[in-house]
Design a protein around this ligand. Structure first.
Ligand code: IYT
Ligand code: CU
Ligand code: CU
Length: 316
């Protein structure tokens, strides 16, 4: 990327009385091996409420495999950057994902009038940027990397607040050699209406397809379905499907144990597995809830009615 990118790491630019932008970038790093995960933290401009209305990625295509932005209260480190692979991690408390960029995937755009609320009353004092450096052969010349993103922000209250609903499995065990294992997750939804507009799937190597649904009056409607082996960005969700009080939200990850010689559990290393379905939604700002999650496994009876597509691997 442009070497001038590295000049100012934290630049806040004021555009007018309401609008400003914040730069979140790596402090000129040189990853020392392929598949290195580096993190860097930034204080959120907290003096007043503010809304992120757009994300502009700056990533060197030849080295950055993916980039995630989290919001949380306590980053695990106070260094200018740190190794945040499976050992240390991103945040000491609960982190929430706000943005994902992945090579060869289109970046997510927030709909008009929608913003992520941060600052004063949001209980989120830091941004943590995580970058996965894949192939590092482009660092043979020892240049420094300042990949990251620009947040376009405004202090103008937005009519709709963006949020994340995370469905995750906590107890899946994949038996070695077994062709198919399903991880099922489902929760009743008992809050104000949400309008999903993007979704992201996450597993490690054994995941074949991850599908998310709304169940209303017994009818299953697809929110999104993707192979977790494709770039793990946020993809557009089925816009017709909103979720309201009384609905059920459900997801299934289809795994294979083929090629493994021992049991695979949920865990943090690449030999472990995860089953995640993230829904990015917007919600009327009057009663906005920015983060929700579901870790229940749902009933066998319920999942008897899951559409057949959830059992069909996506070829990559
Ligand atoms: C055990 C598991 O499934 N971990 C996931 C989901 C997760 C995300 C966040 C759990 C917690 C969080 O605060 I944010 I507690 C997991 O670690 N997923 C990874 C990233 O760390 C976000 C992923 O790429 O989706
Ligand atoms: Cu990656
Ligand atoms: Cu994972």
């Amino acid at each position: 990327s442009d070497p001038s990118d590295c000049v100012s790491r934290t630049k806040q630019q004021v555009l007018n009385s309401h609008n400003f932008s914040v730069e979140i970038r790596m402090p000129g790093v040189v990853p020392t091996g392929s598949d290195t995960y580096l993190c860097t933290a930034f204080p959120v401009p907290t003096s007043r409420d503010a809304y992120i209305v757009d994300f502009i990625p700056h990533a060197s295509m030849d080295t950055v495999h993916h980039m995630l932005l989290f919001g949380c209260q306590t980053p695990v480190s106070t260094s200018s950057y740190w190794d945040c692979g499976s050992v240390q991690g991103t945040c000491a408390d609960e982190a929430s994902i706000m943005y994902a960029w992945a090579r060869n995937a289109p970046p997510t755009k927030l709909p008009k009038d929608v913003g992520f609320k941060v600052g004063r009353n949001s209980g989120m004092s830091h941004f943590v940027l995580q970058i996965h450096y894949g192939d590092i052969s482009a660092f043979r010349d020892h240049h420094r990397d300042c990949s990251g993103l620009t947040l376009r922000m405004t202090s103008k209250p937005q009519p709709f607040i963006a949020g994340i609903y995370l469905l995750m499995s906590v107890d899946t065990v994949i038996l070695p050699g077994k062709k198919v294992t399903n991880a099922d997750i489902a929760c009743d939804y008992t809050s104000y209406p949400i309008y999903p507009f993007a979704f992201r799937t996450h597993t490690h190597h054994l995941g074949k397809v991850v599908s998310g649904y709304r169940i209303r009056d017994g009818k299953w409607s697809l929110i999104g379905r993707q192979s977790p082996q494709l770039p793990q960005a946020f993809y557009p969700a089925n816009k017709e499907v909103n979720v309201k009080y009384g609905d059920t939200i459900a997801a299934r990850c289809l795994f294979t144990g083929e090629g493994r010689t021992s049991k695979t559990y949920i865990g943090g290393t690449s030999d472990d597995e995860m089953c995640n379905f993230y829904i990015m939604y917007y919600m009327d700002s009057k009663h906005a809830i920015p983060y929700m999650n579901c870790m229940e496994s749902g009933s066998k009876e319920l999942f008897q009615h899951i559409p057949a597509e959830a059992n069909v691997p996506i070829a990559v």
